[in-house]
Design a protein around this ligand. Structure first.
Ligand SMILES: NC(=O)c1ccc[n+]([C@@H]2O[C@H](COP(=O)([O-])OP(=O)(O)OC[C@H]3O[C@@H](n4cnc5c(N)ncnc54)[C@H](OP(=O)(O)O)[C@@H]3O)[C@@H](O)[C@H]2O)c1
Length: 268
């Protein structure tokens, strides 16, 4: 199935986790792909290159998307365009979270989170959108949000704020860019197993708790994000603009806490 044949994607933060799975899916759907990672010490590259599906010809650009701002993300965008000038799809995936109770939160945690999760996306999208408008390219943008754009956690004020901003940015950029033929959508995963979340999931009680609070009972691997990414970037989603698709096992629509019905003396 080559639904993305003749398209070229730049996927940020794609040396591991969700970004890597999305890059793989886009590659398999026929798109040319440029990967990206932050660490310049070779670790990111080693990890991405260890994936046996990755053709050696797939380029990987490296660079921090937060420092300096805005030149860091601009340099990364230019590097990506240098290795593939035909990029017409941008997946803004690189992101992070830092766990810290609000009352103890250091301002720099908030600042660093917003810089990567929000500011860098703004800079990258504006750079690509300006280029596409100049060249008359009908580009496609996919922002990676999170269930935390909808539901909050007490030690995640910075992350929740940043992902709420991504929800709003998806809608706002849709309205700004659709008239230029550029399609903007988002995908919001629930908890999935990646190097970012692995430490938390190593505690079996935490994993069990998450499974119990997800309607389909699954804490999946990052491969669950593949289909939604391909769909939203493909012609099949031609008339879908400004939407955030939740890929969360139903977690976002479940009113909790909610004991099993057999524990409750409900009228039948
Ligand atoms: N995992 C989940 O459960 C989950 C749920 C909802 C949403 N998300 C979102 O999905 C996205 C990917 O998450 P993930 O779990 O796959 O994360 P991950 O495993 O930590 O991968 C993050 C990727 O982003 C890159 N990156 C990190 N900091 C960077 C920086 N300052 N500049 C440039 N690149 C940077 C990393 O490169 P290096 O390896 O070189 O550092 C890596 O390639 C994030 O936006 C996250 O918020 C994740």
């Amino acid at each position: 199935m080559s639904v993305l044949k003749d398209h070229h994607a730049f996927v940020t933060g794609s040396t591991q986790g969700i970004g890597l799975e999305i890059a793989k899916a886009l590659c398999e759907a026929g798109a040319g792909v440029v990967l990206h990672g932050r660490r310049t010490d070779g670790e990111s590259l080693r990890h991405a290159r260890s994936q046996n599906w990755l053709p050696a010809s797939v380029p990987i650009v490296l660079g921090d998307l937060t420092e300096p701002m805005p030149q860091g993300p601009l340099d990364v965008a230019e590097d990506a365009l240098r290795v593939n000038p035909n990029i017409d799809m941008l997946v803004c995936n690189a992101g992070t979270f830092i766990d810290q109770p609000f009352l103890e939160m250091d301002f720099h945690v908030f600042d660093r989170t917003l810089k990567l999760n929000v500011y860098s996306q703004y800079v990258l999208i504006q750079h690509f959108a300006r280029l596409w408008v100049r060249r008359g390219i009908r580009g496609r943008i996919l922002l990676i949000g999170s269930i935390n754009g909808h539901l909050s956690e007490p030690t995640h004020v910075a992350y929740d704020t940043s992902k709420g901003a991504i929800d709003a940015m998806t809608r706002s950029l849709c309205v700004s860019l659709a008239p230029h033929g550029i399609r903007v959508n988002g995908m919001a995963p629930g908890l999935v197993r990646t190097p970012l979340t692995e430490p938390a999931l190593q505690n079996p009680r935490a994993k069990q708790w998450m499974e119990l609070h997800t309607p389909n009972g699954v804490v999946p691997g990052a491969e669950v994000c593949r289909g939604a990414a391909v769909f939203l970037l493909s012609d099949a989603a031609e008339h879908i603009h400004g939407q955030m698709l939740l890929v969360d096992g139903g977690m976002s629509v479940w009113q909790q806490p909610d004991p099993p019905p057999e524990w409750m003396n409900l009228p039948t």
